[in-house]
Design a protein around this ligand. Structure first.
Ligand code: NAD
Length: 248
């Protein structure tokens, strides 16, 4: 089955774009989500057009993953327009850093909502259908910093660590129904999110990566391709660290 429908949230970002291309190359029908609103929709259309020029077809839908009802409506729309969702990659995520003493409750809540509550919001919509059809692949994008913690990222690291418990739990719930759930924890990947880090700090980070360089978005996309393959049915409830050896 190559023509399975794969949804990727936050698809137009650094990692999402590579995932869309890689899954499309596997023959998946790829659906990407972008933030709602005129400006984001216009950006997403440009992004979609640039992918089409490369021969990659991605359907796009607006979606705020923090909004449970919107996730429900999105899933219904995709299923009606294209068919049942076989593969879900929960990729949308943000940072909003501050040391604990300066972190505001709004900062905490925003990151929890986008990075963690979104997992529940999205997985609940597709899970029962996947179980009923006897096939599903869920990949939740965590982070190296969820594994090891990071100064100034107590909110982000808490969400990314929370993803492990969430993923293992639903993996148990789906195991006998053909539905797998796994996480991928990228290390530092050469994306706009990482390029925001001041140069001096980034140089120090690279010095601490055993392989000696940042990862590429394609490194993460390959992990997603592996975990979403039909043949990956015996791989569930696990985390794949893709970090150049930075944390073992
Ligand atoms: P990015 O900022 O390029 O992409 C994130 C996407 O999420 C964007 O398209 C954004 O519009 C979308 N998004 C943000 N808030 C949203 C919301 N409320 N609803 C829907 N979409 C929303 O980031 P990226 O570097 O591609 O990161 C993708 C994922 O990988 C994130 O979960 C991130 O935490 C994780 N990650 C990235 C790195 C890295 O080095 N880039 C490392 C570890 C983990």
């Amino acid at each position: 089955m190559t023509n399975r429908i794969a949804v990727i949230t936050g698809a137009a970002g650094g990692l999402g774009t590579a995932m869309c291309k890689a899954l499309a190359a596997q023959g998946r029908k790829v659906v990407g989500t972008h933030l709602p609103g005129e400006e984001f929709t216009a950006q997403a259309k440009d992004w979609q057009a640039s992918l089409r020029e490369e021969g990659v077809d991605v359907a796009i839908y607006p979606l705020d993953v923090t909004d449970f009802e919107a996730c429900k409506a999105f899933t219904a729309a995709v299923e009606q327009d294209l068919g049942p969702i076989d593969i879900l990659v929960n990729n949308a995520g943000i940072t909003n850093d501050a040391p604990l003493k300066r972190m505001q409750p709004e900062q905490w809540n925003q990151v929890i909502n986008v990075n963690l509550t979104s997992m529940f919001n999205m997985c609940q919509q597709v899970f029962e259908n996947m179980c009923e059809r006897g096939f599903g692949r869920i990949v939740n994008i965590s982070s190296l910093n969820g594994e090891k913690g990071q100064f100034g990222q107590s909110n982000y690291a808490a969400t990314k660590a929370g993803i492990y418990g969430f993923t293992k739990s639903i993996a148990q719930e789906g195991a006998r129904k053909g539905v797998t759930a796994n996480s991928v924890s990228p290390g530092y990947i050469d994306t706009p999110m990482v390029r925001q880090v001041p140069e001096k700090v980034l140089n120090n980070i690279v010095a601490g990566i055993p392989v000696g360089h940042l990862g590429k978005p394609e490194d993460i996309a390959r992990a997603v391709v592996y975990l979403t393959a039909d043949e990956a049915s015996f791989v569930t409830g696990t985390n794949m660290s893709v970090n150049g050896g930075q944390y073992m």
